[in-house]
Design a protein around this ligand. Structure first.
Ligand code: ADP
Length: 154
């Protein structure tokens, strides 16, 4: 099934100059970029986005980190994209994330772990709408998909 995933390249990614490296990994993987912009995240948006961790002791630090410097917001589309992207990102704690994954290769941190990626189709739908208007998410034909997918996956 074709899916869209909301990606946040976190403030550490922008500050450390890793936007191109991470974006390039998704491009090379064969995913399709359908939305892309820079933003400063507001604390109230973060409390909504991170409602499932809002009562954790580390949350105030996460809120300060995520709202303190700009992020890059992206939507990537592809066949079974949500699980594929989570696998490419690696587990939440970058120190234990497998080599070859984005977090495993590029980060030493649990909290400042370079990237957010939607964890389910339901979450992705809500998250894409949280950060992008309808006209900011593009529908277009990526011609290379004729070669980057087999016929039954297109
Ligand atoms: P993920 O981003 O992998 O989906 P969660 O949704 O569980 O992980 O957590 C959201 C974010 O909160 C993580 O990406 C990370 O930045 C931070 N976080 C989660 N658990 C911890 C923790 N135990 N210590 C520090 N930061 C954490």
């Amino acid at each position: 099934m074709r899916q869209k995933s909301l990606i946040i390249l976190k403030p550490d990614t922008v500050q450390r100059g890793l936007v191109g490296e991470i974006t390039g990994r998704f491009e090379k993987k064969g995913l399709k970029l359908v939305a892309n912009k820079m933003a400063m995240l507001k604390p109230e948006t973060l409390r909504e986005h991170y409602a499932h961790i809002a009562d954790k002791p580390f949350f105030p630090g996460i809120e300060k980190f995520m709202s303190g410097s700009p992020v890059i917001l992206q939507v990537w589309e592809g066949f079974e994209a949500i699980d594929t992207i989570r696998t490419v990102c690696g587990v939440t704690n970058s120190r234990t994330a497998a080599p070859g994954t984005i977090r495993g290769d590029l980060s030493m941190s649990y909290g400042s772990n370079v990237i957010h990626a939607s964890d389910s189709p339901e979450a992705a739908e809500v998250e894409v709408k949280r950060f992008f208007s309808e006209e900011e998410v593009f529908e277009y034909n990526k011609v290379i998909e004729q070669y980057s997918y087999s016929e039954d996956e297109r």
